[in-house]
Design a protein around this ligand. Structure first.
Ligand SMILES: [Zn+2]
Length: 437
């Protein structure tokens, strides 16, 4: 394990709870099982659940396959304590124990992290919290300057501030879907400074994609969407690391590539792919940003049904009934413990009109062959742009620590009125098959 950069990955919610219990002395130790995940030159040690106790677990009482994290009380300082904890652990052959103690020093910002396994005792290199601001505690020296050409990012830094821009710039993102919404999202991410983007989509470019898929040209018909998108993005950001895959979300290669990213984004048009994105996020403990838009026929009264008490200005004869649509978008930022299947519904009661976009996932309504029955009737670059704009802002807010939990933003374009929106913190009621992965 000494050849890898060893990183502990843990949801902020778990970390904050455990740290609070230990720092106040209500609990002596916290511990949780660890899953090893190797990729590139990293060894990620992922923790999904924590429990409390008086004494640490013993390796002999766990399965020989189990690794675990021991989070120690900040008051039990000193090298002898560390040695004592490792002796107490009674590690079986092949087991690893990650020992971590935080809140050390006068300002409580110090920490000790060690990994014991076999005959080795090696330092933990980083602790990465998955949550607001995506904090990283690292043994390494301070990060180098972002760019030696300040003008390149001056507008982004001016808008976001140095810290948030740095988090954007250092983020790597997996984007599932390179179509109308995904292409726009990919371009927004790299233009905003994201340095590493992996895009996957198995589809080829068809003629009906040309109206609203950014970067596509007539000459691209029949080519893979991701191949063209990566080409297009490379022209914008030749310095960025961009990878295109032509796989579906459930392909093992996509899961493998997802290990190294900091954010998973889904821009897909069917519930199965959306859930698959959530499965990857749950398994690897990643934030998940999910986007969906819908344009569909509204079930409207016909002119003959309205009777004679309609004023001239309100008469449906004065506008084009053919363009009578429900237009909406859902953008959801989901964090470990909450996914597209179990997230609570957004409360749209504050929307003034009698919205038909009241299902928990308006974006999941399948294409209905009979357009008159209220299925998806088309797609608009204008609506997609709004969804992508909201998604980017939500992500910036999250990286700034201004969104501190799963969050849902629903947009509705009320024809003749304008934008209506609901933005709410949401939660999971628990007991979800995907989140318990
Ligand atoms: Zn769930």
């Amino acid at each position: 394990m000494s050849n890898f950069i060893r990183r502990l990955i843990i949801p902020s919610s778990l970390w904050n709870n455990a740290y609070g219990e230990l720092a106040t002395g209500r609990q002596q130790i916290a511990w949780g099982y660890v899953q090893r995940s190797f990729h590139d030159h990293f060894c990620d040690l992922i923790v999904r659940h924590m429990r409390f106790g008086e004494t640490p677990p013993s390796g002999r009482k766990l399965s020989a396959m189990d690794d675990w994290l021991l989070l120690d009380n900040p008051s039990s300082t000193g090298e002898s304590t560390v040695r004592h904890r490792i002796e107490q652990s009674e590690l079986c052959s092949g087991q690893w124990m990650v020992y971590l103690q935080t809140g050390l020093g006068d300002d409580h910002s110090g920490w000790i992290g060690l990994i014991a396994g076999g005959d080795q005792l090696v330092p933990l290199d980083e602790v990465r919290l998955v949550g607001p601001r995506m904090p990283v505690f690292s043994r390494a020296e301070n990060a180098p300057p972002i760019n030696d050409e300040p003008a390149r990012w001056s507008r982004q830094v001016g808008a976001l501030g140095e810290n948030v821009f740095r988090r954007v710039h250092e983020s790597s993102v997996l984007l599932i879907g390179a179509g109308r919404l995904g292409g726009l999202m990919g371009e927004s991410l790299v233009r905003s400074g994201v340095q590493k983007l992996i895009v996957t989509d198995p589809d080829e470019i068809e003629s009906h994609n040309l109206d609203a898929t950014f970067g596509t040209r007539e000459s691209d018909l029949g080519r893979f969407k991701t191949v063209r998108l990566v080409e297009h993005l490379n022209e914008i950001r030749p310095d960025a690391h961009l990878v295109g895959l032509t796989r579906t979300a459930d392909d093992p290669l996509v899961l493998e590539k997802a290990k190294c990213v900091d954010l998973l984004v889904s821009c897909v048009d069917n519930p199965d792919a959306r859930e698959q994105a959530s499965r990857i996020a749950a398994r690897l403990v990643k934030p998940h940003l999910d986007l969906g838009t819908i344009v569909r026929h509204r079930v409207s009264p016909q002119p003959d049904d309205l009777g004679g008490d309609v004023s001239e200005n309100e008469s449906p004869l004065s506008f084009d009934l053919e363009y009578d649509r429900d237009l909406g978008a859902d953008v959801r930022l989901l964090l470990p413990g909450c996914c597209v299947r179990c997230v609570s519904a957004v409360d749209v009661s504050s929307m003034t009109s009698d919205s038909t976009l009241t299902t928990p996932q308006a974006s999941d309504i399948e294409l209905t062959p009979d357009w008159q029955r209220g299925g998806r009737t088309g797609s608009l670059v204008s609506l997609n742009s709004m969804a992508v704009g909201v998604a980017m802002q939500m992500w910036f807010d999250f990286l700034a620590g201004r969104i501190n939990g799963p969050f849902w933003h629903r947009l509705r374009w009320e024809q003749g009125v304008g934008i209506q929106s609901v933005a709410q913190r949401v939660h999971s009621p628990g007991k979800c098959e995907i989140c318990e992965t």
